[in-house]
Write a protein of this length. Sequence first.
Length: 128
Amino acid sequence: MVSIAFQGLSAPQATAANTLPLGIALESHPYPYSVQYLPLEIEGQSLRMAYMDVPATGASNGATLVLMHGKNFPSSYWQVPIQKLTAAGYRVIVPDQIGFVNKSSKPDCNRSEGVRTCIRKLEQSLLL
């Protein structure tokens, strides 16, 4: 039998800030900008896609950019680029992809088709 002891190591102490559950839709995780929801139906499922639509903070150049996050990141990951792009005059739209670690729905569906459908519906909804 092997016994290992680590002197001076202890489990981190819980604080009020880290004891709140995040929830499946990251309900208690703050995003840097207002989050809106686009209702969708994909493969017979009623879903919602969260997104941030951030207006230009500098003189608007009339252009809109859409930033897409990767599988393991929510759209809030783009906070610093959003600040820089909106200051440069861009409107920035950042959707939370359906089915990943974020505020959007987590459906049981084909993700590839779901992403294409979500982007088309977001474009139509925001008149892009």
